[in-house]
Design a protein around this ligand. Structure first.
Ligand code: ADE
Length: 250
């Protein structure tokens, strides 16, 4: 029997999904609240981990070991790194890397010691499903029907696009172009940066759980990122999560 874990870092990225649950029950473990229930008759467990790799790793481990999830969807926001990404675009991770892992000279930069890899791939079938679902949302302008025009205008969101590619994660909030350029010089294929995805990817890899990471661009990981991030998460990120999760589960 399939049980889908649905995880985000912040309440602003996940509360909307909690509100979709039928037969909702609350469970408290390790300072987190896990909500079990169904969406479209599909069993799910929804939780926000709080920010950072440790918080995310602890939460996904609990989802796997206590709630017996069989697959995981991570949804939330990210800072845009590639120059063609705009606020409101969506990135579906094909691979995740921990950009702050550096055990050189013992191991190559970014490699997770004793695992022998730096990049964790998302599940290809699950990725295809995510891609189709998100294209469906974007082609039918569902987001424009549910987000205030004023909020869309504020961020210049007109025709949001889907991008597939590498997501970099680390315990750093990107707030200037120097950080951004530094990341690009080390990991030039990076689409966006966030603080949980690659930790979740490593734990899912270790337990053999198929997963996908879906990130909406909230800011451009530059000197404006703090204010953009705060405004975007306050007003918009929950709505993206709701539409994305509804369509994937359907
Ligand atoms: N998540 C959203 N925006 C981010 C940024 N600028 N840096 C790190 N994580 C983020």
């Amino acid at each position: 029997q399939r049980i889908i874990g649905i995880m985000g870092a912040l309440p602003e990225e996940i509360n909307g999904v909690v509100n979709l649950l039928q037969n909702k029950k609350e469970h408290r473990f390790g300072k987190r609240i896990y909500y079990t229930g169904t969406i479209n008759n599909q069993d799910v467990v929804v939780v926000y981990s709080r920010i950072g790799k440790v918080a995310a790793a602890a939460t996904v481990s609990t989802l796997i070991l206590k709630f017996n999830i069989t697959e995981l969807i991570f949804t939330g926001v990210a800072g845009g790194i590639a120059s063609d990404l705009k606020i409101g675009d969506i990135v579906l991770g094909t691979e995740l890397v921990q950009h702050d892992m550096d055990a050189t000279p013992l191991f190559p930069q970014f490699e997770i010691p004793l695992i022998g890899k730096s990049h964790f791939k998302t599940d290809s079938e699950f990725l295809k499903l995510g891609e189709n679902s998100i294209q469906h949302i974007l082609e039918n302008s569902y987001l424009h029907q549910v987000i205030d025009t004023e909020d869309l205008d504020q961020f210049n969101i007109h025709h949001p696009k889907l991008h597939l590619g590498l997501i970099a994660s680390g315990d750093q909030f990107f707030k200037d172009s120097e950080q951004k350029n530094n990341l690009l010089s080390n990991l030039p294929d990076t689409k966006c940066v966030e603080m949980e995805g690659a930790a979740v990817a490593q734990v899912c890899y270790e337990f053999g759980i198929p997963f996908i990471v879906i990130r909406t661009i909230s800011d451009e990981a530059d000197q404006h990122s703090t204010i953009d991030f705060m405004k975007f998460t306050e007003k918009i990120s929950n709505i993206y999560s709701i539409e994305i999760i509804k369509n994937i589960i359907k």
